[in-house]
Design a protein around this ligand. Structure first.
Ligand code: DGJ
Length: 728
């Protein structure tokens, strides 16, 4: 990387930063951003608009990139603006594709044409300022380059420099352009509660596909991630462009193919019910939209994102401790929690090797079911006669950290908080307040609500030795009214709510630096790179059924690192009425941050012994799983076997997980071809249960990758793991 940088510094003197990723050819007004993984180029066209010029594999010579050109109109129906790839188009003039910014001035003028004004490079960051051709409405485009992964984060700041109020009707973070080759395919994640992040692949055709959330949170239905390939990429080969939007509220990503075969992806705040008023001098910042390129398929695309998340987004970054093995009693006890009952479970959990004991819903107020108590964050004295400290000290005495469930954004109407402050929930006065799970949503956009909730959580974190909050959020928004502000500012709730949510988490973390947070929203309803700046992991799904989990986890792993994927072993029969062996359930959950959510009171001695063995095994491999590189070898979508391999950062350790779901017609066990090993190295194989057919215990990387490993997996829901230790 250094050599790469130095080469640039010698060849290009213009704007040569520490790593020299960002070059600017001032004469031709062309920018070239280069990292070892990718390059990205832009240029200013003859009339002043900023055009996208290139996104793909690394280039090193800025002269190779042609300057931006003005195209000819094809007809009066096909103006040149529709053919040029404007980097951040305003809605004005003849532009009919998805624009990045649309505004309405107080006097009704809605035309906005953005031209280049200025630029600034500092280190790995580039700022380009655009300005309307008529008014002082400015947009600063922010590009932050992450040289290790080639990923660029893009966002914009929209500033009203005029003397009149403007309303922003659409504010997008970025538009990304694929090279104009046509025939692309889109990958995206969709689902619903208990079936989140399922991977879809479909051809991109003319017209527009909208991925979005209108629910106020990130959502279970679609996730703000995309990947685009020319239709022929696979896990470990082919060209893949990918992106992820860092926003936990209403978001929108449009994937568009124009009549001129241009594929373009635009993302930012959802335009649905969006309005944001900028008074003179005010500005609005859009979320970061990360984009990257891989020429080694979807597998590398995921690994690049994983690296970015762990190194640059997650709060403790690469210095974070590995996720501890946790126990959570929710599926075992639901609301029926008590000090005595939790202590019994804690005793059992600690004997298995659990490191963090978490009390879920039901510990506070009159919370005996989901009809009452939300909002009243005081310990229920009947359930916990010694306060929470009675239990926490006991848990700590067993050598475990303590974690606590909270759902700070909500109230039950049957709560003291709601009775005291009915105006604190979002509402349109005089209209119904729709309840979902018997609860209403506090209006976090209000600063008084924000400050109150911060103080409640801060008190919990100060009074008790709490290492971790499971921050839940169990319903979607409805009637998002904010009667205390001017009518035209009320839709700002969508944005300000999320900002204040982030702010509470940031303040909590700053005051309690050891505190960890899990983002949960009825399972995986709030999984995105925006909240990841404040949390340590995600609750992947309320569906803990191990076979369903294989596909949920496959989808999740496209966009999010295994370390962030909280996964529990629970009891059977589970969802779908399905029963899988305990070892299968463990191995599925051990592919992320392992937790136990079973009713330990019902476990046999044999179950406990197996669990103790599996937890000990997990502790041996978790650095590799959580911080290593993931290779998805066989997909549950297309095979009767799923196989995933994790290789440690230093390449010295690897672990293979394999699951046979349903053998049919006595088919032979699959051959597993490894990836990411050193062909010239020799590895010692350690099978956890002897289910390897070719039993040589020392094998070269070349053999494992070229000839593969035969596993003796048979019947339904058979599973195994093989550890690889590099010995030469
Ligand atoms: C939804 C979460 O996803 C569950 O794990 C559990 O915490 C419940 N809420 C509690 O109400």
């Amino acid at each position: 990387m250094r050599r790469f940088a130095i080469l640039f510094c010698l060849v290009f003197t213009m704007a040569c930063s520490t790593f020299a990723q960002i070059q600017f050819d001032a004469a031709r007004k062309v920018w070239l951003i280069t990292t070892p993984h990718s390059s990205y180029a832009m240029g200013v066209g003859p009339s002043g608009e900023l055009q996208h010029l290139y996104w793909g594999g690394p280039l090193w010579r800025i002269e190779d990139v042609p300057a931006a050109q003005q195209r000819q109109d094809i007809s009066s129906f096909d103006p040149h603006q529709m053919i040029e790839n404007e980097e951040y188009p305003g809605w004005g003039g003849p532009r009919y594709y998805e624009t990045a910014l649309k505004i309405t001035r107080a006097d009704g003028d809605r035309d906005l044409v953005l031209h280049y004004a200025d630029q600034h490079v500092e280190g790995d960051e580039l700022e380009i300022t655009l300005k309307d051709i008529h008014d002082d409405i400015q947009v600063t485009l922010h590009y932050r380059v992450y040289p290790e992964t080639g990923i660029i984060s893009r966002s914009s700041t929209i500033r009203n420099g005029t003397q009149q109020k403007i309303t922003v009707n659409s504010a997008q973070s970025a538009t990304w352009y694929m090279p104009r080759v046509g025939g692309y395919r889109l990958s995206y994640l969709s689902g619903r509660w208990a079936a989140e992040s399922l991977l879809n692949l479909e051809p991109i055709q003319e017209g527009m596909k909208v991925l979005e959330s209108r629910t106020g949170h990130t959502g279970h239905n679609l996730n703000p991630w995309f990947a685009i390939d020319p239709g022929n990429a696979a896990e470990e080969h082919g060209r893949v462009w990918f992106g992820a939007l860092a926003w936990s509220g209403n978001w929108r990503i449009t994937v568009e193919q124009t009549p001129y075969q241009q594929v373009r992806v635009t993302g930012g705040f959802n335009t649905f019910d969006f309005a944001y008023v900028l008074k003179p001098g005010e500005s609005l910042e859009t979320p970061a939209f990360y984009g990257g390129y891989s020429d080694h398929g979807f597998g590398e695309a995921s690994r690049l994102l994983d690296r970015l998340e762990l190194a640059d987004i997650e709060p403790h970054g690469l210095k974070a401790r590995p996720r501890p093995v946790l126990y959570n009693s929710w599926e075992a006890t639901e609301f029926n929690v008590s000090e005595a009952g939790q202590k019994t479970l804690a005793d059992k959990a600690s004997k298995l090797g659990v490191e963090m004991f978490v009390v879920d819903d039901g510990w506070f107020g009159k919370r005996n079911n989901d009809h009452a108590g939300l909002g009243d964050w005081v310990v229920n004295p009947q359930k916990f006669p010694n306060g929470l400290n009675g239990l926490i000290q006991y848990v700590n005495g067993l050598g475990m950290d303590f974690g606590l469930w909270v759902e700070p954004e909500m109230v039950n109407p049957d709560s003291d908080l709601y009775r005291a402050h009915p105006d604190w929930v979002m509402n349109f006065p005089g209209r119904p307040r729709s309840e979902l799970r018997n609860q209403l949503v506090l209006n976090f956009a209000r600063d008084d609500v924000k400050d109150y909730i911060f103080q409640v959580l801060d008190k919990l974190a100060t009074d008790y030795n709490i290492r971790y909050f499971k921050w839940d959020m169990n319903r979607t928004f409805a009637e998002p009214g904010w009667p205390e502000v001017a009518p035209d500012e009320q839709p700002e709730l969508w944005v300000k709510y999320v900002r204040n949510l982030y702010d509470i988490m940031a303040r909590l973390r700053a005051k309690h630096p050891k505190l960890e947070i899990e983002s949960c929203s009825g399972g995986g309803g709030r999984v995105d790179l925006g909240i990841l700046r404040y949390v340590d992991e995600f609750w992947t799904s309320d569906n803990t059924e191990a076979f369903d989990r294989l596909r949920i986890q496959e989808g999740f792993s496209q966009a999010y690192a295994p370390k962030l994927m909280s996964a529990w072993v629970t009891d059977v029969p589970n969802m779908n009425g399905r029963s899988t062996p305990l070892e299968f359930r463990f191995l599925v959950a051990m592919q992320g941050a392992l937790g136990i959510g079973a009713n330990l009171n019902k476990w046999t001695e044999e179950d406990a012994q197996l669990a103790t063995k599996m937890i000990a095994l997990y502790k041996r491999i978790r650095e590799t799983v959580q911080f290593g590189n993931l290779y998805r070898l066989l997909s549950p979508r297309t095979n009767d076997t799923t196989a995933n391999e994790y290789v440690s950062q230093d390449g010295k350790e690897a672990v293979l997980f394999a699951f046979r779901h349903s053998q049919e017609y006595s088919t032979l066990p699959p051959v597993i071809y490894f990836e990411g090993l050193n062909a010239h190295a020799v590895y010692r194989l350690e099978s956890i249960d002897g289910k390897i057919l070719n039993k040589e215990s020392e094998v070269s990387g070349a053999y494992l990758m070229q000839s593969g490993l035969q596993l003796a997996l048979k019947g339904d829901f058979d599973s195994t793991a093989v550890l690889l230790h590099r010995i030469q």
